[in-house]
Design a protein around this ligand. Sequence first.
Ligand code: ATP
Ligand code: LTN
Length: 333
Amino acid sequence: MENEIRKKRIFSGIQPSGELTLGSYMGAIKSWVDLQDEYDCIYCIVDMHAITVRQNPAELRRRSVAQLAQYIACGLDPQKNIMFIQSHVPQHAELAWILGCYTQFGELSRMTQFKQKSQQHADNITAGLFTYPVLMAADILLYQADLVPVGADQKQHVELTRDIAQRFNGVYSDTFTLPEPFIPKMGARVMSLGNPANKMSKSDPDGCVYLMDKPEDIRRKFKRAVTDSETAVKFDKENKPGVSNLLTIYCAATGKTMEEAEADFAGQGYGVFKPAVADAVVELLRPIREESERLIADKAYLEGIYREGAQHAQYLANKTLAKVQRKIGFAAR
Ligand code: ATP
Ligand code: LTN
């Protein structure tokens, strides 16, 4: 086994802080599905990250399990990938504490997500919100991940993870694999339909499309999508951010290139374009929604998967954690 070529390892996660959106799908889950055959993949439901802002306990519990159903419905095969809930593997918290002692206050202060979220939640800026990227570093480094498929907004956190790993390796000799972000070409940053200057996010119900939205909701949201006062369907991020976002969504949903997409709508106005984008998204999401609904009803099946996932993850995580504890000088148990 030892001389068998090890597949490269992937780790990624999404917070169950709201319903999954087209942004989380196009920025992350779609790549996860594409990568599952070639890599050794671990996909996590990061509930410990979700509590960095206040959550309703019953909703958090429901969404954590529903998110697993959605991962599977999006095409992740539980036979091929390890899938688990972060809080079921306490090694994440243990390594996060240690890595926090190798992370500078100044580094965390520079994180854009922290700056944004602390503005959004100005009445509750917790230490957890500040140290959130350290927990993310622990997630990734525990499994010696080579690649981290995420949307563009998470690039900075993966880079910080690399810096922390490099620093630790420098002090104690090689311990952690240095991870690389993997960011999709199309759909890396899906913007809000209501305000194309902002990223599409779970907490903006009108600007975002949820994976579980019904076709009529999806069509209504695209009908209202902000465009501009011109008529041409052209990709021009600077001057036509709304139309460019819709084109990007269309390409990511259909697999077409930008040139093909522009050609599809040459000489046609937004009255044809917007419903066509909506249709593409409806067809993309229909099987995902239907399969999610079916799986969510099968609690025992989901429980089996996340329990087995956590066991497998703990086995892998312990190997790294034990090595780290020994290197930094914790007494043997
Ligand atoms: P929150 O609003 O709670 O911060 P979010 O929707 O911004 O959540 P997550 O769902 O936690 O973010 O992100 C999950 C993954 O999806 C991450 O890899 C992130 O980069 C990606 N992602 C999220 N929103 C978008 C988006 N609008 N475009 C592209 N990728 C996205
Ligand atoms: N911070 C990420 C979620 C996340 C993650 C991770 C992504 C937590 N731990 C590890 C990749 C790898 C977010 O907000 N989307």
